[in-house]
Design a protein around this ligand. Structure first.
Ligand code: AIR
Ligand code: ASP
Length: 270
């Protein structure tokens, strides 16, 4: 949803959703007066858990991470204090880690603790999932049992459309949608190798994760969206304790505490 907010008033929440004040935080430029780097953004795209502000640099946006958490394509949601902050910081650490290893990402800098400056992209409307261990939807929709090792890893495509419950796509359907899947598969497997190496060192299994991609206005492909335990499954090696959004999906624990632990560990290893 796009609204023009020259008056700084909060935009209207997406229809059909609970009436949360959007954005959940005061817009970043009001809080960070001292550090203001851009003139007041005028356009807002409100996602489920992030708000995208345009800036006075046409090819840059600010992505503000909100304290909202959703699951089941918006079926379940809550506001958890500190969640936006920790997801933003983990994402920044991981985007920088991947950039240092030659992956092109939308991440540019971290002007505040809960908003990142990113390249403006036009997002490809598919969710790219990589799986190393069976969990979640692959277990629900096949006879593969939870915990089965998937080696070599697989890459799957889902339509990015909550109103249709993000259905699984076939390679032919991806092609018919006009999407060249090969570069997405190649980069995703590359990302998997780098993230797996890091999380293995930290003592976690990277079970699976979701990526999104987009093109800049020169037609170059970049890794986009977010890289946090909201988009990946992380199991502690040995105990199989979860440190990801499944804790929220299944009412099994405090995700903010779990995510903070991941951030702390990341800082020890990167
Ligand atoms: N994911 C998928 N849609 C949104 C998200 N965050 C992530 C899940 C999980 C992986 O993609 O968090 O890490 C696979 O999800 P699923 O539901 O297909 O098993
Ligand atoms: N369907 C996704 C999940 O369960 C995303 C969401 O609902 O926000 O994580």
């Amino acid at each position: 949803m796009i609204s023009h907010t020259t008056s700084h008033s909060n935009p209207t929440p997406p229809s059909g959703k609970k009436d949360y004040p959007y954005p959940l935080y005061a817009p970043w430029w009001k809080v960070e007066e001292g550090k203001k780097k851009f003139t007041v953004p005028i356009e807002i795209i409100q996602g489920k858990v992030k708000t995208v502000f345009s800036t006075d640099t046409p090819e840059e946006v600010l992505i503000q991470y909100e304290d909202r958490v959703t699951a089941g394509n918006g079926e379940k949601d809550a506001i958890l204090k500190g969640k936006g902050n920790v997801c933003c910081l983990i994402s920044a650490v991981l985007f920088e880690y991947l950039q240092d290893r030659g992956i092109r990402t939308h991440y540019l800098s971290l002007p505040t603790w809960r908003a990142m400056s990113c390249k403006k992209l036009s997002i490809i409307p598919v969710e790219v999932i990589c799986r190393n261990i069976a969990a979640g939807s692959i277990v629900k929709t096949t006879n593969i049992t939870q915990g089965t090792l998937i080696n070599p890893p697989i890459v799957e495509f889902f339509l990015k459309d909550d109103s249709r419950n993000d259905p699984l796509l076939t390679p032919d359907r991806v092609r018919l949608m006009g999407i060249n899947s090969q570069p997405l598969i190649d980069i995703t497997l590359d990302v998997n190798n780098h993230l797996q190496a890091l999380f293995t060192l930290m003592g976690f299994d990277l079970v699976d994760f979701k990526l999104e991609y987009g093109y800049d206005n020169h037609g170059d492909l970049f890794l986009a969206d977010e890289l946090s335990p909201d988009n990946m499954r992380l199991w502690k090696k040995g105990t199989l304790e979860k440190f990801d959004k499944d804790l929220f999906r299944n009412d099994e624990g405090d995700i903010v505490k779990a995510y903070k632990h991941i951030l702390k560990e990341l800082r020890r290893f990167i």
